[in-house]
Design a protein. Structure first.
Length: 224
């Protein structure tokens, strides 16, 4: 085993990691935003809205992420062409980002929904007693408390998403893992590069998991 060639490949590996992190940040932000809207829809008194949101969540939680990525890679350009009347080229990054956002929104939805339901009803009644309407109560009272409670779960799901970004190899996106695999093929040291990539994923995921555990302990102390 010779790992010396990894040093010369670090700049390209760093570029792959930056792309992975960029995809992760945008996917988490978009997924949480869409997931919050879905959670509010599922909790809505409007049965049709609640039913449609439930169907969305159940559908995306029942199919493989890899299938969603390949779907959107081919479907997104046609969706844009249908909406604008012009066919615009959509790269692997945009289609992968849309796929991650819509897929992860189903999981973030359940986390947000559980967080909202964990808030005592007395908080909602107190907000109404102060003259706040439903939107103001959610925005100013319920959601801030809910997000504080569910922050560890959101971070844990984001760690899973970080690991799942490796699936973009299916559409040829040169993320960290795909870059490592490509450089390993070029240098004839595929095993060494894949072992190095696995070590990097393990270290980052382990550190992030420890942060989640520490955050959970701090929040539990604060609640007690």
């Amino acid at each position: 085993m010779d790992f010396s060639s990894i040093i010369s490949a670090l700049p390209s590996l760093l570029q792959g990691m930056l792309l992975t992190l960029k995809l992760l940040v945008f996917a988490v932000a978009g997924g949480i935003a869409l997931g919050t809207l879905l959670a509010l829809s599922r909790l809505s008194s409007n049965r049709i809205l609640s039913f449609l949101a439930g169907c969305y969540v159940n559908y995306f939680r029942s199919i493989p992420l890899l299938l969603v990525i390949t779907w959107f890679y081919f479907i997104v350009p046609f969706m844009i062409a249908w909406a604008t009347g012009k066919l615009y080229p959509v790269g692997a990054f945009v289609s992968s980002l849309v796929a991650f956002m819509m897929f992860e929104a189903a999981y973030y939805c359940e986390i947000v929904r559980a967080g909202i339901q964990s808030i005592p009803k007395g908080q909602v009644n107190a907000a109404y007693a102060l003259g706040l309407n439903y939107r103001q109560a959610m925005r100013l009272v319920i959601l801030p408390q809910a997000f504080r409670k569910m922050a560890p779960l959101l971070l844990q799901q984001s760690i899973i998403l970080f690991q799942d970004t490796a699936l973009v190899y299916a559409v040829g996106l040169m993320d960290f893992l795909n870059t490592a695999r490509s450089r390993g093929d070029i240098n004839g040291q595929l095993h060494e590069f894949l072992l190095f990539a696995g070590l990097v994923y393990f270290v980052l995921s382990f550190v992030a998991s420890r942060i989640v555990i520490r955050l959970q302990s701090k929040l539990s102390v604060g609640q007690n």
